[in-house]
Design a binder for this molecule. Structure first.
Ligand code: 13P
Ligand code: SF4
Length: 365
């Protein structure tokens, strides 16, 4: 089948307005056979074509309910994997550009997680006192590992509830790959910073002493999102000086001191809803990805609300940005011609165990 697919080279140089028209036409032809899901970090040039938009949790929940034969995911690889795992077997999930990954998700891999879990249990005398929690920003085999080891998945929306669940099961948590989300969520639950130690998977015993491991509640994987690391306390201070009545809202992937000095912290969906519901005339500094902030800023001008991006450096998520109108019109043109390109298929054994961890999460929230 692949021999007869339409090649991307034909779309690579296609002008934006032509791509836009092709996308509209293809959607009309495919009708109910197609649904397009879009994450809030997607560029406006493709986001506008999404039938449903959301944060990682909302999009995962949608994929369980969709009837369409084809699901095109405007997002990154782990999101499309979740869609494949949670959707029906006869549905097809497509990621328009296969190189749209997540740099943070790549900071943890199965080999390192397995080794870390083994080492931790050894220090703790194989008491199996640790629940592995993977942030949804992770490869499917890590979700499968959690499914197989009484663990669970969390998102930026439900991390507090998932940690609460985990502490009802066991004493400690191994949280990967985002240390910032783990630390912030633990802090909000009242866990002391000394009890949340960073586990460096590249060092023996994570670089920690036996005592540190024994006294810890959360072992935070040494991983982070480079996009959110751009946000700094100085940005908040400057904003507060300029706009004393303004509000600061951040994503929990931001550094701890940024979250600590924000008025509100939450997922992309939370950020959007909060600012949309806010009083006219309010001013907001937002610590999350640029595409979301720009779109929101443009929308909110009409309501006399000011929305400012937190960093002075332009930092968009470069992998999210790989989904462009050229790639979207290419996969759609193939579908119109009964060809499937860029299908995301998680191997069945991995999918089965990953689904256990995802289903646990979806039952808790
Ligand atoms: P949300 O689930 O809040 O949309 O976050 C996903 C993500 O990748 C943030 O960087
Ligand atoms: Fe991954 Fe960061 Fe991009 Fe989110 S913003 S998809 S965590 S690299």
């Amino acid at each position: 089948m692949n021999e007869s697919v339409i090649k991307f080279e034909q779309f690579h140089q296609l002008q934006e307005d032509l791509c836009q028209q092709k996308i509209i036409d293809a959607k009309k032809k495919l009708k109910d056979d197609l649904v397009i899901l879009g994450h809030h970090y997607q560029n406006e040039s493709v986001y506008r074509h999404a039938d449903f938009t959301g944060d990682s949790l909302k999009l995962a929940q949608y994929t369980q309910e969709l009837e369409a034969k084809y699901i095109i995911f405007l997002g990154v690889h782990f999101m499309a994997e979740v869609s494949n795992i949670l959707s029906r077997k006869d549905q097809v999930t497509i990621l328009p550009d296969l190189s749209a990954g997540c740099q943070m998700a790549d900071m943890a891999d199965l080999q390192k997680v397995k080794r870390s879990y083994r080492e931790l249990n050894k220090v703790l005398n194989f008491d199996q006192q640790i629940t592995p929690i993977t942030y949804i920003n992770s490869a499917a085999d890590l979700k499968a590992f959690c499914g197989d080891h009484d663990g669970i998945v969390c998102t930026s929306t439900n991390a507090p509830k998932i940690l609460e669940w985990a502490f009802k099961q066991k004493e400690k948590v191994l949280f990967f790959p985002d240390q910032n989300l783990g630390r912030w969520t633990g802090h909000k639950m009242g866990i002391k910073l000394e009890q949340m130690v960073v586990w460096d998977p590249d060092l023996p015993s994570g670089g920690l002493s036996k005592e540190q491991i024994e006294q810890s509640k959360i072992l935070l994987w040494k991983g982070h999102c480079a996009v959110h690391q751009m946000f700094r306390l100085e940005h908040i201070k400057k904003f507060r000086e300029e706009y004393p009545g303004g509000f600061v809202i951040s994503h929990p992937e931001s550094p701890f001191e940024v979250c600590l000095n924000s008025d509100l912290v939450g997922s992309t969906e939370f950020i959007l809803n909060t600012i949309k519901k806010a009083e006219p005339g309010t001013k907001w500094l937002v610590g999350t990805e640029l595409n979301l902030v720009n779109r929101l800023a443009n929308e909110m001008i009409k309501e006399d609300k000011m929305v400012k991006f937190m960093s002075h450096i332009i930092c968009e998520c470069s992998t999210m940005a790989r989904i462009d109108p050229q790639h979207l019109s290419w996969v759609l043109d193939n579908l119109v011609n009964h060809k499937i390109v860029n299908e995301i298929v998680v191997p069945p054994t991995i999918a089965q165990s990953a689904k256990v961890a995802l289903d646990r999460m979806l039952t808790v929230v």
